[in-house]
Design a protein around this ligand. Structure first.
Ligand code: FAD
Length: 313
């Protein structure tokens, strides 16, 4: 069913955004096909929405069809693999992991997305990324009206990137490899990761998590000051940690004195330079201005280009 004039605020963790001209929730492949066909016939663009935890919708909203995926379900294929519907929430998948003693996904705790969204942006935390668990991704291609299958290598995963960012296909289901583990240990790891996120204030205010990608040090002028043995890099006289070849984007923003900066109802969190919070009825415009200030200041001071992780629509 196509609804009209739907506020997008309640569909994003940022709680920001105007209205979708058209909106449809899609549970089955038939519903997806119908929705895409409808958009094609009306000649309006479509946007696929998971759990809205990595998007910033503009205050003007979206003048096409927002398709929210709610195809949920997990099917065991063998002792080593499972098929997960793209609209499955990470939390529901984690509950299944506990129930079935599947270990390896504990790092998903506190990533409030759908499994499709996780694959689209190769989400990761605590040194893990979804790319290491993907066996196959099945998409629906609106151009050819057919399902397509991608092997892990065909997904071209890299840091917060996948081939799906270059495509207009809809990730429909994902085959993941699972390992069997000890239920108590899995539960404890999940709880510990939640505690860590809560301790870092990640859930205190509406946000979209990290706004910018961390900085890959080999792509910067500071590469020559990288001490591989110590796992640090010296930047303008300061020695900072390099994790997985990256320095926290938040560090650069903090060094520019931007933590706590407010515009309208949005603020660069005073607890984390790379999180923008909606502390009071923020507009997308407020967030966009903070993003631009952070980019300008970090470039002026460090000659580092910040790149958005959050998807701006
Ligand atoms: C409090 C908080 C903590 C977070 N912590 C982390 C973290 O630790 N690590 C991390 O990587 N991220 C983190 N995030 C960001 C976010 O949760 C992830 O990026 C998540 O994977 C997004 O999934 P989603 O379903 O919400 O995607 P959405 O926000 O709905 O969409 C994001 C993008 O993916 C596309 N997309 C979504 N589903 C599909 C699909 N099925 N087919 C095609 N395209 C699709 C959308 O079109 C959009 O471009 C955090 C966010 C918040 C709010």
């Amino acid at each position: 069913m196509i609804k009209r004039n739907i506020s997008l605020k309640k569909y994003t963790t940022f709680k920001i955004g105007g209205r979708a001209k058209y909106f449809s929730e899609v549970k089955t492949l038939k519903q997806l096909k119908d929705a895409l066909k409808w958009a094609q016939q009306q000649q309006v663009p479509f946007f696929i929405l998971g759990n809205g935890s990595n998007v910033l919708f503009s205050d003007q909203g979206f003048s096409g069809l927002v398709i929210k995926l709610t195809n949920r379900g997990i099917k065991k294929l063998s002792s080593k693999s499972v098929l997960v519907q793209a609209g499955t929430l990470t939390n529901d998948f984690l509950n299944s992991c506990v129930k079935n003693n599947w270990s390896g996904f504990e790092w998903l705790a506190g990533i409030p997305g759908t499994m499709g969204g996780v694959v689209y942006g190769n989400a990761g935390a605590f040194g893990y990324e979804i790319k290491d668990y993907v066996k196959k991704v099945e998409t629906f291609d609106s151009q050819t009206q057919s399902l397509k299958s991608y092997s892990r290598s065909q997904c071209h995963f890299s840091y917060r990137e996948s081939i799906f960012k270059q495509k207009t296909e809809v990730i429909w289901q994902i085959e993941l490899k699972v390992m069997s583990g000890n239920r108590k240990e899995i539960q404890e790891k999940i709880a510990e990761n939640w505690r860590q996120k809560i301790k870092n204030h990640t859930f205190d205010f509406p946000s979209a998590g990290s706004v910018f990608k961390n900085i890959i040090i080999k792509n910067t002028p500071y590469q020559k000051y990288f001490n591989k043995k110590k796992g640090t890099v010296t930047i303008l006289g300061q020695e900072i940690a390099v994790k997985g070849g990256k320095v926290s984007a938040g560090w650069f923003i903090e060094q520019c004195g931007l933590k706590g900066l407010k515009i309208g109802g949005a603020q660069i969190a005073d607890f984390h330079g790379n999180i923008i919070i909606n502390y009071k009825n923020a507009k997308a415009q407020d967030v966009l201005r903070l993003i631009q200030i952070a980019k300008d200041k970090v470039w002026q001071k460090f000659k580092i280009k910040l790149e958005e992780e959050v998807i701006i629509v």
